[in-house]
Design a protein around this ligand. Structure first.
Ligand SMILES: Cc1ncc(COP(=O)(O)O)c(C=O)c1O
Length: 391
């Protein structure tokens, strides 16, 4: 029986069914090991992930945790962020990015995105750091590689070094993105990854990785591992603050198996994205549509394929998509500073981020995952063309 476009768009289920054998084997390995928490699977995956990150990274730098939000929270804690400290963060991101710093009691300082990109603008970061208040020390900058698109890491690294603040890369959506020939996640003092089932490298449930920068000293490496388990030392004595956020053994073995295929799966995403560009590119400009693509020193991993369209056109596309069985989506209709919980807290000092607000009103995600076919991309492109040319 052949599957439909809608079924192929369900990446978590497609992926689970593609990796049925590896998943069964993961359970077998855990049962055979006789040790179900923080054992061979987590160790093997931390080693494999370090090798995948490349030169200078070892298993010591990679700490498997419960999810990407925890990985960010632990990165912030390792960076010394305490209640009341400021953290510069883009408002245009998954809400989880901001939730991680709120959990510590830190204060978000929202930076706008770059004028024609969905990622943080280094000039904005510089402006916020230059104007920082002495009462609210800014300790960290979170650079979110949204949709799989790389931030301007070279500029951000320079700014953070110059101002002595920690750079944290939120790579939840960017596993497989390349920057200046190396993997994303290797420029920050810390990086966080998510293996949520929709992500480029997907667990069959939750999972995450905290990555410590190459320069981390022994004390930082030890602290990060202790943070993941109640602040326990080897003797199981709590010597500092800690949480419970352990990567599950079964998930670790599944991720270990899938990591071997990651480059193949990113290539498939990139080639479908290339087809979208071939098919939509020739008429996109005249319809006011912009398409994503690589930068001069980085390569997109296309976790999401996000275009921008006129807001009124978007509303029409979304409703026709539902009727015609094409799951267009919006990531994200509200920026973080527009979410009720944050907006209430910003009431006294409202934030206005023009580029962010424009993006929130105009971004549109087209279906994309490695299980889609050439015909799917053609069908979506034609559907889109028919809708934008009648408006
Ligand atoms: C940009 C970004 N940061 C952080 C996270 C949090 O990851 P998780 O859902 O694994 O906690 C996500 C996941 O949705 C994300 O997209």
């Amino acid at each position: 029986m052949t599957s439909s476009l809608l079924e192929r768009c369900n990446f978590p289920l497609q992926d689970a069914s593609n990796y049925r054998e590896a998943i069964a084997l993961a359970f077998e390995r855990v049962i055979a090991s006789g040790q179900v928490i923080l054992s061979g699977g987590v160790q093997a995956f931390e080693e494999a992930f370090a090798a995948w990150l490349g030169d200078g990274f070892t298993a010591e730098h990679c700490v498997g945790v419960g999810n990407g939000t925890d990985a960010l929270e632990l990165a912030l804690r390792c960076a010394g962020v305490t209640p009341g400290d400021g953290v510069i963060v883009p408002s245009f991101t998954a809400y989880a990015t901001v939730a991680s710093l709120l959990r510590i009691g830190a204060v978000p300082h929202f930076a706008d995105v770059a004028p024609s990109r969905p990622v943080i603008c280094p000039l904005e970061v510089e402006r916020l750091l230059a104007g920082r208040h002495s009462t609210r020390r800014i300790r960290a900058v979170i650079a979110v590689h949204l949709y799989g698109e790389a931030c301007d890491l070279r500029s951000l690294r320079d700014i953070c070094d110059h101002r002595s603040v920690a750079l944290i890369e939120d790579c939840a959506q960017a596993t497989g993105t390349m920057y200046e020939g190396g993997s994303i996640g290797t420029w920050g003092d810390f990086a966080s990854f998510s293996f949520y089932p929709t992500k480029n490298l997907a667990a069959l449930g939750d999972g995450g990785m905290l990555v410590l920068g190459r320069q981390s000293d022994l004390s930082r490496l030890r602290t990060a591992r202790r943070l993941r388990t109640y602040g326990w030392n080897r003797e199981r004595e709590a010597v500092e603050f800690g949480v419970n956020s352990r990567l599950d053994e079964v998930q670790a073995w599944i991720l270990w198996a899938k990591l071997k295929d990651l480059s193949k799966s990113i290539s498939a995403r990139r080639s479908l994205a290339g087809r979208y560009r071939d098919l939509i590119g020739p008429w996109a400009g005249q319809e006011g549509i912009s398409l994503p693509g690589d930068g001069i020193n980085w390569k997109h991993s296309y976790h999401l394929y996000v275009i921008t369209v006129h807001p009124m056109v978007r509303t029409n596309i979304l409703s026709r998509g539902v009727a015609d069985g094409i799951p267009y989506a919006v990531h994200y209709p509200l920026a973080c500073h527009q979410q009720a919980y944050i907006a209430q807290r910003l009431e006294a000092t409202p934030v206005h981020l023009p580029h962010t607000e424009r993006l929130a009103a105009s971004v549109l995600s087209l279906p994309l995952n490695p299980y889609l076919t050439e015909q799917d991309v053609q069908a979506v492109s034609s559907h889109l063309h028919a809708l934008v040319s009648v408006v």
